[in-house]
Design a protein around this ligand. Structure first.
Ligand SMILES: O=C(O)c1ccccc1NCC(=O)[C@H](O)[C@H](O)COP(=O)(O)O
Length: 213
């Protein structure tokens, strides 16, 4: 069996959980960022989380969350991993890890070689890294923009913690991205949607099949 682990981010409906489970993805992402077309309410997230089978890691995605938001979500929604997708400092990552007792995956945007140092920095405080494309300056969303970065920048690079490749991945390019970077985990959102925020079960199946080779 392939060792590649897939995260499908931005699930909003019960049928999305079914699609992710059928495709044998390892992680499902729930977005707690109101400006996102994939944003879920606490009630929606709770239902999706409780419908997730054991074995599917439930990732809560936050952008510079304050303690009140995290407390409100975690009081209602069982989550396995916190994904931080804003400008959280290394100190804040460490604080949230300790405060909530959950593994933290820190997203780091990459556009050029100057962005790689941040991966080393966060690699010493987070449990996992999400190596994503840096959003354009005027982007509304800090992630989920369907943009890829130059994968050659991280070819052969390794960090002290597990990491996931993200940014503009699709069923058509994920295999090449894996071969070029050596990633063993990949994350996708817009590349498996029929419209912004609407996941496509067939695309999810094709993506995971292509990723797993
Ligand atoms: O997906 C969103 O709407 C989103 C909103 C705010 C912050 C991050 C967001 N997504 C982050 C992810 O984990 C995406 O899967 C990752 O950026 C890749 O997205 P895509 O290029 O669309 O596959």
């Amino acid at each position: 069996m392939s060792a590649i682990r897939v995260k499908i981010c931005g699930l909003t409906r019960p049928q999305d959980i079914d699609a992710v489970v059928a495709a044998q993805a390892a992680y499902g992402g729930l977005v707690f960022f109101p400006k996102s077309p994939r944003a879920v309410s606490i009630a929606q997230a709770r239902d999706l989380s409780l419908a997730s089978p054991v074995g599917l890691a439930r990732v809560g995605l936050f952008v510079n969350p304050d303690d009140a938001l995290l407390d409100a979500v975690l009081a209602e929604v069982p989550l396995d991993i916190l994904q931080l997708h804003g400008t959280e400092s290394p100190e804040r990552v460490a604080e949230l890890r300790a405060r909530h007792g959950l593994p933290v995956m820190k997203a780091v945007g990459v556009a050029g070689p100057e962005d790689l140092d941040a991966l080393t920095t966060y690699g010493s405080v987070a449990d996992m890294l999400l190596v994503d494309a840096k959003p354009p300056r005027d982007a509304v969303l800090p992630g989920g923009n369907g943009l890829a970065f130059d994968w050659r920048l991280i070819a052969g690079r390794r960090w002290p913690v597990p990491w996931m490749l993200a940014g503009g991945l699709t069923p058509d390019n994920v295999r090449e991205a894996i071969l070029l970077t050596g990633a063993t985990q990949v994350d996708v959102s817009s590349g498996v949607e029929s419209a912004p925020g609407v996941k496509d079960a067939d695309a999810i199946a094709r993506f995971t099949a292509a990723a797993k080779g």
